[in-house]
Design a protein around this ligand. Structure first.
Ligand SMILES: Nc1ncnc2c1ncn2[C@@H]1O[C@H](COP(=O)(O)OP(=O)(O)OP(=O)(O)O)[C@@H](O)[C@H]1O
Length: 249
């Protein structure tokens, strides 16, 4: 297993991209999804990456989640240069330290809520009773203590996304990445989910990085990073709104 080095992390940086570009090849066409992005995310913060459709939000999130590698540049998560890791070490690092919430919930349909949340612990926790107890506690924390045995099809969209948040949090990750988590929820359910994620983030001091178009989510963030056409064009910290930096990189 790969343990994070203590370089940037000990300086309060949970994750950073340095001069990162990402190109996709579409037949003979090269799509430049990210055009030299540099950003850092503070430990324990709740950061939203926003911007128009196609601007590069999901691509940035995929890189921060070790789900893809940059074309050029450095990606550091919890002090670890993840580009330098082998595929196997990167998979292990991801399983150990990162949690994910997706727009479409991505729950396993044949498993119950409890089994879905237990699932990621199979890689890291040997004791079955401990896995069950941790999964149950996490489902109770997201308000689903009475629905442990329900399968995803027997839950509402908001409840499914709560299961997904519990699944992301159960391994006590350093970082939770959420790609448009409220996109498939109505406004009220989205607002409840945002509040719940905020509570979890504060209680567990977990760093959350989200991508979103949702004004409710963007407004409540500690920091918002706006991307347009593969570049960071604005960073606004909630504590000091005057810190808006047009054309940050
Ligand atoms: N696998 C891929 N192959 C080719 N092009 C891709 C791929 N993934 C993304 N792109 C392109 O890269 C650019 C950035 O896409 P990305 O999904 O990161 O944007 P986004 O800001 O998340 O958009 P949305 O808000 O619509 O989800 C777009 O031009 C997109 O078409």
């Amino acid at each position: 297993m790969v343990s994070p080095q203590q370089s940037n992390e000990s300086e309060g940086v949970a994750a950073c991209l340095q001069e990162v570009t990402k190109e996709y090849q579409l037949g003979k066409t090269t799509v430049q999804a990210l055009r030299g992005i540099s950003l850092s995310i503070a430990v324990g913060s709740y950061t939203v990456i926003c911007g128009p459709s196609g601007s590069g939000k999901s691509t940035a999130l995929q890189l921060l989640g070790c789900l893809d590698m940059p074309t050029t540049g450095r990606v550091e998560i919890a002090g670890q240069d993840v580009v330098a890791l082998s595929d196997k070490a990167r998979t292990s690092f991801r399983a150990q330290h990162l949690g994910f919430v997706f727009q479409n919930f991505n729950l396993v349909p044949v498993l119950t809520a409890l089994e879905n949340v237990e699932y990621p612990l199979q890689l890291t926790v040997r004791d079955a009773a401990e896995r069950r107890e941790r999964a149950q506690k996490m489902l109770e924390a997201v308000g689903l203590g009475t629905m442990l045995q329900r399968r995803p099809a027997e839950l509402s969209g908001g409840q499914r996304q709560r299961v997904a948040v519990a699944r992301a949090m159960v391994k006590r990750p350093k970082l939770v990445l959420a790609d448009e988590p409220t996109a498939n929820l109505d406004r009220r359910t989205g607002a409840e989910l945002i509040e719940m994620m905020r509570t979890m983030q504060r209680e567990h001091q977990t760093t959350f990085i989200l991508s979103s178009h949702d004004p409710q989510m963007i407004e409540g963030a500690d920091e918002r990073i706006r991307i347009e056409d593969g570049r960071v064009v604005e960073r606004v910290q909630r504590s000091s709104p005057a810190l808006a930096m047009r054309g940050a990189s």
